[in-house]
Design a binder for this molecule. Structure first.
Ligand code: SAM
Ligand code: SF4
Length: 312
């Protein structure tokens, strides 16, 4: 379905929980956050996915909070992967439980995984996530590759003065494994909204540090590069330095059942309790009215939600 700006909306980011087992400093406060509402049931999530598919959505990404902490996550994936019209089912995860779940998720029909990983150094990872352990995440990555996931993507949020010294090490992962490493510019939301300007590093820093990277064209919101001997690509996702709203093809649904036509807009449409034609109508309204652009250039996001309450 097209929105009023003529963009074809094909992707749904569906959050299955606000809860998380990590406390990344830029995303969540140390004490956690009280949930904004009950998470949607598995039946409600599947009904939303089915209605979205009827409106032309073909790609669904499950997110959170941490989606893999939901006990029924494998069953949810199995049901969504079987829906008519859904050609791609992906999960964005912090990877803490991936070693146990990778094979089950692959068998359930999940096509792709995005693994969020902001440091390859044990101590820095622990500090950034407030207590997380790196080794199980790397084991999860190895299990995901062994389970046959196509093109696993590693997403690294760039934080000036915190992990930019690891850019070369992240890029080097594409020599070792057939993975895409994507650098994402930190957005001023929630916990990091008031951080000093130096933290908000332009992704151009990656090209300065690794001049051997060669452009290989864009894919969705990422511009892509490759090392001459790279097995995977290196992507830059630049919401701060290069607005990509013109190519945005996605809507989001929060774990408490609110449709967000734009990540950075305060506009929300409640889907809670809706079924059948009412659900379809509300989804169509949200897609049709996607805002033309966000206002990050003016230095702020207009949503009062944190990232774990939206899903990234
Ligand atoms: N817990 C899962 C994970 O970390 O992959 C899924 C949810 S998390 C909110 C989704 C993505 O949002 C992660 O890759 C995280 O790094 C990213 N994120 C969170 N806050 C952000 C911010 N202020 N700017 C840019 N990316 C952010
Ligand atoms: Fe949790 Fe993901 Fe937020 Fe980190 S970025 S605190 S893993 S929701």
């Amino acid at each position: 379905m097209l929105d009023t700006c003529g963009r074809e909306v094909r992707t749904l980011r569906l959050s299955v929980t606000e809860a998380c087992d990590l406390r990344c400093r830029y995303c969540m406060p140390e004490a956690g956050l009280a949930p904004r509402g009950e998470p949607l049931s598995a039946d409600a999530l599947v009904a939303i996915a089915q209605s979205a598919a009827r409106l032309g959505i073909n790609k669904i990404r499950l997110t959170g909070g941490e989606p893999l902490i939901r006990k029924d996550i494998v069953m949810i994936c199995e049901r969504i992967a079987k829906l008519e019209g859904i050609t791609s089912l992906c999960i964005t995860t912090n990877g803490t439980r991936l070693a146990q779940l990778a094979e089950k998720l692959r068998k359930a029909g999940v096509h792709r995984l995005n693994l969020s990983l902001d440091s390859l150094d044990d101590a820095r990872y622990r500090e950034l996530t407030r207590g997380g352990a790196l080794a199980p995440v790397l084991e999860g990555l190895a299990r995901a590759l062994a389970a046959g996931f196509e093109r696993v993507k590693i997403n690294c949020v760039l934080i000036g003065g915190v992990n930019d010294m690891e850019i070369e090490a992240f890029v080097a992962l594409t020599r070792k494994w057939p993975v895409d490493v994507r650098f994402i510019e930190l957005m001023p939301m929630g916990e990091c909204a008031g951080w000093p300007q130096e933290a908000f590093l332009s992704a151009e820093a990656v090209l300065q540090r690794c001049p051997e990277l060669r452009p290989i064209g864009g894919e969705g919101v990422a511009v892509r590069y490759r090392l001459p001997d790279g097995l995977g690509a290196v992507g830059l996702i630049r919401p701060m330095s290069h607005a990509f709203c013109g190519e945005c093809d996605r809507i989001r649904i929060t774990a408490d059942g609110m449709l967000k036509p734009c990540l950075h807009s305060g506009e929300e449409i409640s889907l809670r309790g809706l079924t059948g034609e009412a659900l379809l109508g509300a989804l169509a309204r949200g897609i049709g009215n996607k805002p033309a652009t966000h206002h990050l250039k003016e230095g702020h996001s207009d949503t009062d939600r944190r990232m774990n309450q939206i899903g990234g």
